[in-house]
Design a protein around this ligand. Structure first.
Ligand code: UDX
Ligand code: ADP
Length: 458
């Protein structure tokens, strides 16, 4: 079949995989190839068991794979055959050298840019999909054009706003698509090519264009604003627990003001995920680089509150369980950083599990999709950890349950049965406020929600 366009994506992760699957599904006239240096990952994309869990993803991949959607490890061939390259390689926080713990580690980006330069035989449009520090596009352009080999490279910024667990819905029906380009005739021409691709299914008025730096910065700021809302409500949750107020009632009262809005006001054990912390650190680093100390401190506060919220959760457990967790079995309900994903990156559950082990508790982890990742995260931690798929079996002999992830299945369990199998007095710490606290209290549990006073029998 003759395809209208050949699109390549470098990096078959949480961003690249779902994004390309949706493009292939919406645009059967394009050939979409996803490449990755990790052969296991590619083998899994080509198998019945995809490397990531995302509702709706499997159906799309199965429908398009082998027709106009291909997964391969042949990066070089992929670069040669395509005209547009989406780059969604990982950009973790740097853990060495200058900017360690703050700046983005750009080594994968840098290598990708060099590989594109070496393999390209025709003009390419390069699309930044990964979250990157501002001005990466400029650095990329410099790497690509440092040798005059007669090939044109136009670099666009097209940040990804999908959230895990709802990625397919977010991609199919986005609030907006943002495309940043240089304002030169060539830059604008490249931008229009990308606009045309999205216009296959996204209404034109939701495709926003901007200069390239605004686009790069908007991604960091969008995530910083979302995270800031969570830290704001979490900070107030601490006050509610002291002042006998109810954080859900406060959030509702505040969020019904249309100027504020009701989303992202769920108090929790803390936010996780691969983006929020990394992007805020990036923003903070950028502000410090430009000597904007007050601005940097302001945004750093969002992370400080998140750390405080996680530590507060542990201290509450310790306090309620008579100041010792040693040898007590504690079951974590959920390990994913949010529901409907198997992803555990930066999950608050990692922190809570480690701290419980420090207190010499015996930790039991259950999760419908994230147990494999949990085992990888906890590898090398010393202490008593077990992984149990069935939540009922996981709770047996435990003194406490801590809800880490808002999986709906946890709200529907038979808590009378669970209570009977636990050591008494039995405790529940609902880090997501998804359970019926009054009912649990009546069953016999001592219940500690987030942002509400605890319900205890003593
Ligand atoms: C986020 C952004 O939402 C998305 O636009 C961006 O592209 C990537 O980063 P993601 O990290 O996948 O997406 O999930 P998100 O739904 O934003 O949740 C992040 C964390 O915040 C999770 O741990 C979640 O449980 C937590 N959260 C979210 C809360 O604690 N309270 C809330 O009200 C909302
Ligand atoms: P994200 O959540 O941003 O999608 P992931 O870590 O899930 O991040 O995915 C990034 C993918 O990029 C990984 O599968 C990794 O193997 C891949 N990758 C990193 N560097 C390269 C490279 N130079 N060429 C191809 N793939 C790469």
């Amino acid at each position: 079949m003759n395809f209208e366009r050949h699109i390549l994506c470098i990096g078959a992760g949480y961003v690249g995989g779902p994004t390309m699957a949706v493009i292939a599904n919406k645009c059967p006239q394009y050939k979409v190839t996803v490449v990755d240096i990790n052969p296991d990952r590619i083998a899994r994309w080509n198998s019945d068991e995809l490397p990531i869990y995302e509702p709706g993803l499997e159906e799309i991949v199965k429908a398009r794979r082998g027709k106009n959607l291909f997964f391969s490890t042949d990066v070089e061939k992929g670069i040669q055959e395509c005209e547009i390259i989406f780059v969604s390689v990982n950009t973790p926080t740097k853990n060495f050298g200058a900017g360690a713990g703050m700046a983005a580690d750009l080594q994968y980006w840098d290598k990708t840019a060099r590989q594109i330069r070496e393999c390209a035989r025709s003009d390419k449009i390069i699309v930044e999909k990964s979250t990157l520090p501002v001005k990466t596009a400029q650095a990329m352009k410099r790497i690509l054009t440092c040798e005059d080999n007669g090939i044109r490279f136009d670099v666009l910024s097209n940040p990804e706003f999908l959230a895990e667990g709802t990625a397919i819905r977010d991609l199919e029906n986005p609030d907006r698509v943002l495309i940043g380009s240089s304002q030169t005739p060539n830059g604008l021409r490249a931008r229009d090519v990308l606009v045309e691709i999205y216009a296959n299914w996204v209404p034109r008025d939701r495709i926003i264009t901007s200069n390239i730096w605004s686009s790069e910065l908007s991604k960091l700021v969008a995530n910083a604003f979302l995270a800031q809302r969570i830290s704001s409500i979490n900070s107030i949750s601490a006050l509610c627990e002291k002042a006998d107020a109810d954080i859900q009632e406060v959030a509702r009262a505040v969020g019904t003001d249309s100027r504020v809005g009701s989303c992202f006001l769920n108090a929790s054990v803390g936010f996780g995920g691969s983006c929020f912390k990394k992007d805020i650190l990036n923003l903070v680093y950028l502000c410090r680089y430009y000597d904007l100390k007050e601005v940097a401190d302001y945004w750093e506060g969002v992370i400080r509150i998140n750390d405080y919220q996680k530590e507060r959760f542990i201290l509450k457990m310790l306090d309620a369980l008579f100041n010792t967790l040693a040898d007590k079995k504690v079951c974590l309900f959920g390990f994913a950083f949010k529901a409907n994903t198997g992803d555990t990156r930066e999950s608050p559950a990692i922190f809570v599990a480690r701290r419980l082990l420090e207190e010499r508790a015996r930790v039991v982890i259950t999760d419908p999709k994230a147990l494999q990742n949990a085992m990888i995260d906890m590898e090398g931690e010393s202490g008593d950890i077990s992984y149990v798929e069935d939540p009922y079996a996981a709770c047996e002999g435990c003194s406490a349950i801590a809800v880490m992830t808002e999986w709906q299945t946890y709200a529907g369990l038979d808590y009378e049965r669970i209570y009977r199998s636990m050591v008494k007095p039995a405790f529940i710490f609902d880090g997501r406020n998804i359970l019926d606290h009054q009912r649990l209290f009546e069953v016999g549990f001592n219940v500690f929600p987030v942002g509400k006073p605890g319900l205890t029998h003593f």
